[in-house]
Design a protein around this ligand. Structure first.
Ligand SMILES: NC(=O)c1ccc[n+]([C@@H]2O[C@H](COP(=O)([O-])OP(=O)(O)OC[C@H]3O[C@@H](n4cnc5c(N)ncnc54)[C@H](OP(=O)(O)O)[C@@H]3O)[C@@H](O)[C@H]2O)c1
Length: 246
């Protein structure tokens, strides 16, 4: 039976992806910073483990407890919306610690196992902002763009060992916790001088024309994990697919 390990399963895309792989008959290791009871189907094929991607010992412990895995999904991430000049450098570093260095650290810990087994897939979840950068999301976009380049390079490097690396690029899902997942207040990150510019953009976030559903992302991760062609990027959701086509 195939095994997937997913980061950031407490909500949103990660939670839905854990449910999706489980429904396909996979063994699922659903990791969370703080494990929550009752949100995933009770099953002998569903295992919840603690994993904080910013803590090396937490990554090592989770991978050791998980044992051999076939697919690693780096989904955990945090967002930040605001004018770049008003975003504290400490917060920008925090975004990179999770979205960029956290992903790299989990990959680095898992690659020796994949290399030794001469198989495996790494699926890194970025964002459609890498297809078309958005205003008021410069730090976030940069953190995800770094993972695009990283994964493209890794795909070449690991192909030699029979290991694949893929990108899933979700569009915007107003239904997830993502937009509130920041410790800095939006109003502090939009200075008065930006108000006229920011207002219509923030309104657009609240009422998007096209949205990504959690299931779109789970399904794209599933397709990426099973893909045997050289395709690197998998846009997920109607808005992301439209951006990729444009
Ligand atoms: N929603 C969108 O519009 C959107 C669009 C494009 C891409 N994405 C990307 O999709 C991924 C999932 O986002 P989502 O929309 O599902 O948001 P979400 O509901 O906020 O889920 C994010 C998950 O990441 C976890 N997380 C945060 N920091 C972590 C850390 N240090 N270690 C481990 N887990 C951590 C959160 O756990 P806690 O419960 O512990 O906070 C949560 O489980 C992210 O990479 C995000 O950048 C989202």
């Amino acid at each position: 039976m195939n095994t997937v390990l997913i980061t950031g399963c407490s909500s949103g895309y990660g939670l839905e992806t854990a449910r999706y792989f489980h429904a396909q008959g996979w063994n699922v290791i659903a990791t969370m910073r703080t494990p929550r009871e009752g949100i995933l189907p009770p099953s002998a094929r569903m295992h919840v483990l603690p994993l904080d991607v910013t803590r090396p010992e937490s990554i090592a412990d989770a991978l050791e407890m998980a044992g051999p895995i076939d697919v690693l999904v780096n989904n955990a991430g945090i967002g930040v919306v605001g004018a770049f000049e008003a975003t504290p450098m400490a917060h920008i570093r925090k975004v990179f610690e999770t979205n960029t260095f956290g992903v790299m650290a989990v990959c680095q810990a898992a690659i020796p196992m994949f290399r030794a087994r001469k198989s495996g897939v790494i699926v890194n979840v970025t964002s459609s902002v890498t297809l078309a950068p958005m205003p008021l999301a410069a730090a976030y976009t940069a953190s995800k763009q770094a993972i695009e380049g990283f994964t493209g390079s890794l795909a070449h490097e690991l192909a030699y060992f029979g290991v694949r690396a893929k990108l899933v690029e979700p569009g915007y899902a107003p239904t997830t916790r993502f937009s509130q997942n920041t410790e800095v207040r939006l109003e502090d990150l939009i200075p008065e001088s930006y108000a006229g510019f920011a207002e219509p953009i923030l309104e657009g976030f609240a009422t998007p024309a096209l949205v990504t559903k959690e299931q779109d992302v789970a399904e794209a991760i599933w397709r990426a994990a099973g893909d045997l062609t050289g395709q690197l990027r998998f846009p997920a959701g109607l808005d992301a697919v439209a951006l990729a086509a444009a």
